[in-house]
Design a protein around this ligand. Structure first.
Ligand code: BGC
Length: 583
């Protein structure tokens, strides 16, 4: 405790010494986060005193990890050539592994980790994500999402662990610890996002309005943030939604009074995408945002606007000092001044078998068995198996959004194993594959039909609303795959790949076994290992499972917090082989 206090004092002294030398332009520079392309030229890092660089959708920093590191080394050198030599933070949306780098280990999305309910595993997965993120040049990840999704129509349900506040808080804590490492091995800065109410907007609209009252917000949505703060989370990202009509980015009572003062959060409050021009310009700074994603043409307006605001007194200078103090503190805490450059020796760790084996364990533990009759499962090595549907042999489709690309990919990607490949490993027979559900196969004992949702991210995945690309039920085509096999009287095991529970009541009734596999990521053989009974099912529903589309008439779907809508299966449900009943 004493040494922690001393370390804290030492940190503060270093921060103050640096602050004392900084001009207003240098301070505003520290508050600026830009992309490595489009927003800046390498020289701008120096002339505009940039504090952080983000990589997300868009041109890659290079062809391989060596080139990614080289790109960020080049930019870091620019930052270190400034008068005060303050290093850059490099941030990335590594939300289920370092998913922006093809070839990295891709873990199940958080909803699957929620189903595991296993904090040790979540911590390990986060630690591996930190290593692979560092290997590609980053020192900051925009993860974990600690939202409490209250309506499955929201396109980001899968980015969050669960609709249970308690489970989310437990896993958020573990995730932050894993990402941020322990003393001597500082890991990367983690980000709890999106503060607050992102998953609890009326009707599940991304960036919509949250009308929960203050008491409900504190009880249902806040505890995961408290858990993340207790774990020492370095940053918290503000959310796109409004709270009773006030944009969260401009919500001083929530960001400053609650988060910074009452909860004593001493890290960086980072804005979300292009927030300066979207949510009220200097209002967001006055509300307490410390670092701004000044992307897509926002940089100059942001830097100039804040400068003018300070000079004309509409932004108190102390607000700028608070922001910069927080940013510098994390830069010192994560030893960026000592180690500003990426470690080349980590490159060889990307996607290694040890990492993949943790991801495979996570896949196994995330699978939730909703039905198992007629001894459909476990599959027998000697059974004649047909695997059905394009999702069965496509690692892109099994991984969801935020995989290789922002909106995911519908192609196989490097290093990943598909579910079909996994099944082939364990069967003694030649496994048949029926990608289009034509059922022109003879002589089979069991069909494993893999159905699901195509990848999506953010508002693209909202059901209804602006894009309206998705639905609460399976597509007609996927329903047909199941019909075709059940009508032939072939034993049918359904594996559902989805970012949320879907209304699948008829399909659950029709099938002999039904498995919710969420978005497993790169290790498809983890699914196969459990289907063959090499491991038992362990996963428990992290969300209540809806029984009908009617369940979604109101603001929220059936969930943990509302007993007025009876779900098909409650939160926490999950069968296993041992008992073949819910435990
Ligand atoms: C998302 C964030 C993400 C950011 C940077 C935003 O659109 O809401 O979750 O971290 O983009 O890519």
């Amino acid at each position: 405790m004493l040494s922690r206090k001393l370390a804290e004092k030492d940190l503060e002294e270093k921060v103050e010494a640096l602050m004392a030398q900084m001009t207003l332009e240098e301070k505003i520079g520290q508050m600026s986060q830009v992309r490595h392309f489009d927003d800046i030229s390498p020289e701008d890092i120096k002339t505009k005193f940039i504090g952080s660089v983000i990589h997300t959708q868009g041109p890659l920093p290079g062809k391989n990890a060596e080139e990614w590191q080289a790109k960020f080394i080049e930019l870091q050198k620019q930052a270190l050539s400034t008068r005060l030599r303050i290093p850059l933070l490099f941030g990335v949306d590594a939300v289920h592994g370092q998913n922006t780098y093809e070839g990295a280990t891709i873990f199940p999305h958080n909803i699957g980790l929620g189903a595991t309910g296993n904090p040790e595993l979540v911590e390990k997965a986060a630690a591996i994500t930190a290593i692979e993120s560092k290997a590609t040049g980053f020192n900051w990840v925009f993860s974990p999402c600690v939202a409490i999704p209250m309506n499955e129509k929201w396109g980001r349900v899968y980015e969050a662990f669960s609709e249970s506040t308690e489970l989310t808080a437990k896993l958020a804590h573990a995730s932050v610890l894993g990402h941020q490492g322990s003393k001597g091995n500082p890991g990367v800065l983690a980000t709890a996002k999106h503060f607050i109410g992102d998953g609890a907007t009326d009707f599940g609209v991304e960036g919509g309005n949250t009308t929960l009252n203050q008491e409900e917000i504190l009880e249902r949505l806040l505890p995961p943030y408290q858990a993340a703060i207790e774990a020492g989370v370095a940053s918290i990202m503000a959310s796109f939604n409004t709270l009773d009509g006030i944009p969260m980015h401009a919500h001083k009572a929530m960001i400053t009074d609650l988060l910074k003062v009452k909860l004593d959060f001493d890290g960086i409050v980072v804005s979300d995408w292009k927030a300066y021009s979207r949510f009220g310009q200097n209002d967001i700074i006055n509300a307490g945002i410390d670092m701004v994603m000044a992307v897509d043409g926002d940089l100059d307006a942001f830097q100039e606007g804040v400068r003018t605001g300070v000079l004309d007194g509409t932004i108190p200078e102390e607000r700028i000092n608070d922001a910069v103090r927080r940013i510098l503190k994390q830069k010192f805490r994560f030893a960026l001044f000592e180690n500003p450059f990426p470690d080349k020796s980590l490159i060889s760790k990307i996607g290694i078998p040890e990492h993949r084996s943790v991801a495979r364990q996570a896949v196994r533990e995330s699978l939730v068995l909703l039905k198992n009759e007629n001894q459909a499962l476990p599959l027998k090595k000697d059974s004649k198996i047909v695997v059905v549907g394009p999702f069965a042999d496509n690692s892109g489709l099994q991984s969801g959004g935020w995989t290789v690309n922002w909106q995911g990919t519908k192609e196989n990607y490097q290093g990943a194993t598909t579910i079909l490949e996994g099944i082939k490993k364990f069967s003694n027979h030649e496994v048949k594959f029926d990608p289009d559900g034509q059922a022109e196969v003879e002589d089979v004992d069991v069909a494993v039909v893999v159905v699901g949702e195509e990848p999506y991210a953010e508002f693209f995945g909202d059901i209804g609303g602006e894009m309206n690309l998705f639905q609460l039920t399976l597509s007609e085509t996927h329903q047909q795959y199941i019909n075709t096999y059940t009508e032939k009287g072939i034993k049918t095991v359904v594996v559902l790949i989805s970012g949320r529970p879907l209304v699948t009541t008829p399909q659950i009734e029709q099938s002999d076994a039904f498995v919710a596999a969420w978005l497993p990521g790169s290790e498809g053989d983890g699914v196969a290992e459990v289907l063959f009974g090499l491991f038992d099912f362990k996963g428990k529903l992290p969300h209540s499972w809806p029984k009908s589309v009617e369940d979604f008439k109101g603001k929220f779907g059936p969930n943990f917090w509302d007993d007025s809508i009876e779900p098909l299966f409650p939160f926490g449900y999950g069968l296993n082989y041992q008992k073949s009943k819910s435990t």
